[in-house]
Ligand binder design. Structure first.
Ligand SMILES: *Cc1c(COP(=O)(O)O)cnc(C)c1O
Length: 390
């Protein structure tokens, strides 16, 4: 179902047109939302040989094909699975590639529920789990063991936004025979393509920017040629497939993701720069800022920044953090991000083992939405004032 598009097209043309052939469906611009478990076969022979394109709702439908095809084009991947949440997009590839007796290296700045899964279920299944410094780079080879099967990266890291040297890590991990996975939710395939930088598997919480409206949960996992069969096998065995309406909503979101991200990026950088100069702020953790330790790596590898970063308050503790959050009126207090609206959430670093994170004061993560920047700045000014008075 590849469309007859010119061979070389820009990323926004790809986002707008990827993955769907209207002539397959009477010319309608958008694909059908196929609600399906059963698919009928014309006769017993076709049924026994499973000799037709679609066989059962858990495997694939024209709706899931439209999104996986679009994502494969964006990621440069051999195959993509769609699962019910971003967290499932992390846990399923880990289950696919790890067995009892294996060792996994996970970045210490990882999304917290990934750590929780590793520390509970992976350990229970007999997998050895170690965490590494996000700045480790090629130094990861010293942490590799003969049984290291997976190196999980997430760049920039959750909460503190450390940029990882993915090519250096991938080179060392591959030399030790491990598969490299990257949670690429922050950048989206628009601003970073993990497979081009040596990762084997790219993971996305499509809940965030691809869906873009805080109303859908979906995960996507894309693999290169070598890893695709094993990922597909695990997906088929686990039976963890996504619902058609959610899949459709994410495909719909992809069409406008380029223009939304442009705005998120611009507003977030503007606000991050402004915050750096505000009293009461010790540091702003945004890789797009020249002051950020990860800036050079980010500039080398990424083609843009999304709209989420953190600030470190200059001193204080929970009282100041709560005063800041409670004073906000436009920013909502809520988890997740990537929607149209601004959000704030305290970042807790207590579970870190290697990269302890900033110590000057409380860390607060900001998702910059599509509101007017001046309104967001005055909301943040009020919050900083409240933190000062607390
Ligand atoms: C939100 C998030 C996830 C999980 O996505 P859900 O759809 O909320 O389960 C995974 N990784 C990262 C980096 C995230 O920010």
């Amino acid at each position: 179902m590849a469309r007859r598009l010119p061979g070389k097209i820009g990323i926004n043309t790809q986002l707008t047109h990827g993955g769907y052939e209207p002539s397959d469906y009477f010319g309608f611009v958008n694909p059908p939302v196929v609600h399906a478990s059963t698919v009928l076969f014309p006769d017993a022979a076709t049924m026994s040989s499973r000799g037709q394109k679609y066989t059962y709702g858990t495997h694939a439908t024209p709706t899931t094909d439209a999104l996986t095809q679009a994502v494969n084009e964006l990621e440069g991947s051999a195959g993509t699975i769609l699962v019910p949440s971003g967290l499932a997009a992390v846990t399923i590839p880990l289950l696919a590639f790890l067995s009892a007796g294996d060792h996994v290296l996970i970045v210490d700045s990882v999304y917290f529920p990934t750590r929780r899964f590793a520390n509970t279920m992976l350990k229970r299944l007999g997998v050895e789990v170690d965490y590494y410094d996000p700045h480790v780079g090629a130094g990861i080879s010293a942490l590799m063991k003969p049984n290291t099967r997976v190196v999980l990266t997430e760049s920039p890291g959750s909460g503190t936004f450390e940029v990882q040297d993915i090519p250096a890590i991938a080179k060392a991990a591959h030399a030790g025979g491990a598969v490299v996975m990257m949670d690429n939710t922050w950048a989206t395939p628009l601003y970073f393509r993990p497979l081009d930088f040596g990762a084997d598997i790219s993971i996305h919480a499509a809940t965030k920017y691809p869906a873009g409206h805080s109303d859908v949960l979906l995960g996507m996992v894309s693999a290169n040629e070598a890893c695709w069969p094993k990922l597909l096998e695990a997906y088929t065995n686990v039976g963890c497939c996504a619902g058609p309406d959610d899949v459709y909503q994410v495909l719909r979101g992809l069409r406008t993701m380029g223009i939304r991200l442009e705005r998120h990026q611009k507003s977030a950088l503007d606000i991050a720069r402004w915050l750096e100069a505000q009293p009461g702020i010790a540091r702003v953790l945004h890789p797009g800022l020249e002051s950020n330790p990860g800036h050079a790596l980010w500039k080398r590898d990424f083609s843009g920044a999304s709209g989420i970063f953190s600030v470190v308050l200059d001193g204080g503790g929970q009282a100041q953090s709560h005063a800041f959050l409670d004073a906000l009126t436009i920013f909502g207090l809520g988890y997740s991000w990537g929607g149209y609206e601004s959000l704030a959430v305290p970042v807790l670093l207590g579970d870190r083992t290697v990269a302890k994170g900033p110590s000057e004061g409380p860390v607060i993560r900001l998702q910059i939405g599509l509101e007017d920047v001046e309104d967001l700045k005055s909301d943040l000014s009020g919050a900083l004032e409240a933190a000062r008075l607390a």
